[in-house]
Design a protein. Structure first.
Length: 258
């Protein structure tokens, strides 16, 4: 018949072993789950990067079709009139560590809507009161080539700001939505934007990459989380051995007192 554990140090040591084991297993399981999530993100980023690369394999004439009639990141040719009087400056955009804006210019198409053309990055001038000069005075009808993409999106809602209604043109916005830009422009906008090809006229700095972090970064994060899980298990093993030794000493002390 098993003798129940005596009260005192032995019982407290057992409770510590059980509590630490439960905490260690929960922490290790969480780290493993986070590692799997980052690994899946990395796989998705690899697929997105490959999709971005495939988009440049051929040039498609968009014509009067909607932007959703061709795959995302597809390189297209489109015709229209650039509206240099009503442009947007996307805030919080960086290039090689420098702060600046990306210039969005509406390209009015014959089908009635407008396609926002990302003409590239311009540097921040040091003050919000002095915006960069991005005007297009008397721009003739243009035939442009570039990739169809989505507007950049923010990870946190606090980083978003729609164009101010009373602000003059060009209007500054931080991670806006297409409906917000359409309302500011009072013109229907296509659901995607055009990343203007490098070397094409009317542009600024254009070094387009697939959006998001590189896949290798996600894989590195996954390995870090799995390393944390392994470290937790090792620490749990070491602490368990120490607690068992204390438990034995406490049991001997209790036996001696008995």
């Amino acid at each position: 018949m098993r003798t129940p554990l005596p009260p005192g140090p032995v019982r407290r040591a057992v409770m510590r072993v059980l509590a630490f084991a439960a905490l260690a297993l929960a922490g290790a399981a969480l780290c493993v789950r986070l590692g799997l999530w980052q690994w899946q993100r990395g796989m998705q980023r690899e697929a997105e990067t490959a999709r971005f690369a495939r988009g440049s394999e051929r040039l498609v004439d968009l014509g009067a079709r909607a932007v959703t009639d061709v795959p995302l990141y597809q390189r297209v040719r489109v015709q229209g009139e650039l509206d240099g009087a009503h442009q947007f400056l996307l805030d919080n955009r960086t290039w090689r560590g420098r702060a600046g804006y990306e210039v969005l210019t509406p390209l009015r198409r014959r089908r009635g809507d407008a396609l926002l053309v990302d003409r590239g990055w311009v540097p921040f001038g040091g003050t919000r009161a002095s915006l960069p000069e991005v005007g297009l005075a008397g721009a003739p009808p243009a035939t442009l080539t570039g990739r169809l993409a989505l507007l950049p999106s923010a990870g946190l809602a606090s980083g978003r700001a729609a164009p101010a209604a009373g602000a003059s043109w060009p209007k500054v916005a931080s991670y806006p939505t297409i409906p917000e830009l359409s309302a500011a422009l009072a013109v229907p906008l296509s659901s995607r934007i055009l990343l203007l090809d490098p070397g094409t006229p009317f542009g600024y700095v254009r070094d387009w990459q697939a959006p998001g972090l590189p896949a290798l970064r996600h894989f590195a994060y996954a390995i870090q989380w799995w390393t944390f899980a392994a470290l937790i298990v090792v620490v749990w093993g070491v602490m368990s051995v120490r607690l068992r030794l204390r438990l034995r000493r406490a049991a001997r002390i209790e036996g001696a007192r008995a």
